[in-house]
Design a binder for this molecule. Structure first.
Ligand code: RB5
Length: 148
């Protein structure tokens, strides 16, 4: 189950991504927003991050204008690893090296086919483990020291 959310900057792309997920029969839960009226990205980033953190959803997709605001909020949640991706290569590395459980997309800078290619690369990649697992352990230690 995928959690998906956007602000107004990502709304149109979110609706297109939902069509792709429907086509592929990938289940998702839409946490909003509901239109391209101006709203605030922390609302949707928080909802998606919580649903992944508490395992209601397996992974998340967040879309705002740049992907940056969503990323900043999502990474405030312990156990969440999220970054904004603008092409397939970085999306693949986001899974292979960082085992990210949420991907953010820059809705104002990529089109629908680029977004779909990015998601396919991220969905299709596997975490590489090895030295990358050691780095995730280091992140976990930092979280344990710095987050409640
Ligand atoms: C909204 O104008 C914009 O700031 C937002 O979509 C996002 O890009 C923030 O990081």
């Amino acid at each position: 189950m995928i959690a998906i959310g956007s602000d107004h900057g990502g709304f149109k792309l979110k609706e297109e991504i939902k069509k792709y997920l429907d086509e592929k029969e990938i289940e998702y839960k839409d946490f909003g927003c509901e239109s391209d009226e101006r709203t605030d990205y922390p609302i949707y980033a928080m909802a998606v991050a919580k649903s992944v953190q508490n395992k209601e959803c397996d992974k998340g997709i967040l879309i705002c204008g740049t992907g940056f605001g969503m990323t900043i909020v999502a990474n405030k949640f312990k156990g969440i690893r999220c970054a904004s991706c603008w092409n397939e290569d970085v999306a693949r590395f986001l899974k292979e090296h960082n085992d990210a459980n949420i991907i953010a997309l820059p809705g104002r800078y990529i089109n629908v086919s680029e977004a779909v290619a990015i998601l396919r690369a991220w969905f299709g990649a596997q975490f590489s483990e090895g030295r990358h697992s050691e780095r995730l352990k280091m992140i976990e230690e930092i979280e344990n020291k710095n987050m409640k």
